[in-house]
Design a protein around this ligand. Structure first.
Ligand code: ADP
Ligand code: MG
Length: 492
């Protein structure tokens, strides 16, 4: 497949000596400003190593960037409404529950807490809508010609739990600004949009804390057993502690929450004698991270409590890939989005198809078998590395064609973003690294706080850019595939 290309922000390659020198400076800048992660191979709490980063910012069309920023509050509200539409969630997830144990367990908790009566009507949504430019124009020839080499962007997914990069997003802009200055191109920094993701997301936590309204209350971050992405997590704590020295933050795993918390008679979640105001999941979607019944019990206890949850269980259900697919089905958006906005939202969806055992499911299977390269097959999982591409889509569909398991997947049209040449700096990687072809995925953060009937705040809250090798299917930075990056806005 030949992909459209965008030009890098300065001509490449850079001269060998210049490159080696600037990389050495940049690595030190990275280590001294928290552009880091813990080493997975040689884990120690005493050191961090650089996180992989792209040396120069990647081009992104300004009009498309602005469109994404402007649309985010509309997407926030869409998610909020979907999360509060019991019938829609129940109906949409019905078949998935039969075959996907993880989603079924979440659903079970949701039903239980609904039956008992919701203790905390306020939800804190910290969302991240991930998008890619689509270089193969899905619309008309004319439109594509106008916007070459990209047409518009399409949504990859929207995350409702553990949306990371609140710190790594903005700091990627800072390190690349530093690099541009070192290369004598400081004038280009004006094309890198400001990014207040960290402060925007932390303000969300603080607003939820204040709505809880108990002065001695604390904030609880739910973390994985071993945190590799420690900088991204800790900077949220540092930011909150600087803005609000009165708010204490605890970090606990679900196992610790099971052992160390109780519910008092007011349904407050109590930890070390303090009521918990906000529970913020920094991890906890990956089924592998919920192996034990203790962890599920902890999740249930949190959900029963009066703490404001980010996300609460219905938000997590609303963030499943099955719900994303259902929203792309004809007539679905209209239930949640004002008529005059529907076309704008629909335009960001790429083809998404159910694989349920009905007429449209069969049609989708046939379509994918005919041209598997055009599709991605996605199970109800988060965190990268679970999707199937190309030949694997075909093999999986042939295997599952008559198996119930099929309904646990959704089929999605593959987005083909334009490529750009660049350098990726990795821990332990070659210096200088080779010039490689890269593709990017932009994430836009959103914060929304509200109840079923009332929205207290709804805003766009910054962005992050992740970039991977053009021929890699997936690009998770924590998974070691992608690299931190930030957008360089292009005027058409
Ligand atoms: P996860 O929950 O694992 O993050 P995603 O839907 O975000 O699941 O998929 C993981 C990665 O796979 C994305 O970051 C992107 O790089 C790639 N990907 C997913 N869907 C598509 C698609 N439709 N077209 C192209 N790449 C995709
Ligand atoms: Mg993703």
């Amino acid at each position: 497949m030949t992909q459209a290309r965008l030009a890098s922000c300065i001509p490449l390659p850079l001269e060998h000596k210049v490159l080696v020198t600037v990389i050495e400076k940049a690595k030190d800048w990275a280590l001294m400003h928290g552009v880091g992660m813990r080493d997975k191979k040689h884990f120690t709490k005493d050191a961090i190593q650089i996180a992989p980063f792209v040396l120069l910012p990647s081009p992104f069309p300004r009009t498309e960037f602005n469109k994404a920023i402007e649309l985010q509050p509309i997407l926030n509200e869409l998610m909020h409404k979907v999360a509060h539409d019991d019938d829609f969630l129940e109906h949409t997830l019905q078949n998935t529950l039969q075959v996907d144990e993880f989603t079924a367990k979440l659903f079970e908790i949701w039903v239980k807490v609904k039956d008992e009566g919701i203790t905390q009507p306020i939800s804190l949504g910290m969302l991240r809508s991930d998008i890619m430019l689509e270089s193969r124009c899905p619309h008309t020839e004319n439109q594509c010609a106008k916007h070459t080499p990209y047409c518009s962007w399409k949504q990859v997914e929207i995350n409702s739990i553990a949306s990371g990069f609140g710190h790594l997003g903005p700091v990627s802009r800072e390190i690349q600004s530093y690099i541009l200055r070192q290369l004598g191109h400081g004038d280009l920094i004006k094309n890198m949009p400001e990014n207040r993701a960290l402060s925007g997301l932390c303000s969300g936590i603080i607003e939820a804390y204040d709505l809880f309204g108990v002065p001695s209350a604390i904030v609880l971050f739910v973390v994985e057993e071993v945190s590799y992405n420690i900088c991204d997590q800790r900077f949220h704590e540092f930011e909150i502690s600087e803005k609000r020295p009165d708010i204490m933050i605890y970090r606990k795993t679900l196992n610790e929450i099971f052992e160390e918390t109780t519910l008092n008679d007011k349904k407050q979640l109590m930890l070390e004698g303090y009521p918990v105001a906000v529970v913020y999941y920094r991890s906890g979607y990956e089924p592998a991270q919920y192996p034990s019944s203790k962890e599920w019990d902890a999740r249930l206890r949190v959900e029963r409590s009066s703490a404001v949850k980010c996300p609460s269980i219905h938000y997590q259900l609303a963030g499943t890939k099955k719900v994303q697919q259902a929203l792309a089905a004809p007539g679905a958006l209209e239930q949640f989005v004002r008529a005059e906005l529907c076309a704008r939202v629909r335009d960001i969806f790429t083809g998404l198809y159910s694989l349920d055992f009905d007429e449209s499911g069969e049609r989708a299977v046939d379509m994918a078998l005919e041209d598997a390269e055009r599709f991605v097959l996605k199970p109800q999982r988060e965190g990268g590395g679970n999707n199937l591409y190309g030949a694997d889509v075909r093999a999986a569909l042939l295997r599952m064609r008559r198996a119930r398991e099929r309904a646990a997947y959704v089929l999605m049209e593959r987005i083909v973003p334009p490529t750009v040449a660049g350098y990726v700096v990795r821990p332990g990687g070659a210096v200088p690294p080779p010039v490689t072809d890269l593709v990017s995925e932009l994430g836009i953060f959103g914060v929304i706080i509200g109840t079923r009937d009332k929205i207290y705040c709804n805003r766009q809250a910054g962005h992050m850019l992740r970039t991977k090798l053009a021929d890699a299917n997936e690009g998770g930075v924590a998974a070691g595939l992608g690299a931190l990056d930030s957008p360089y806005l292009l005027d058409a």
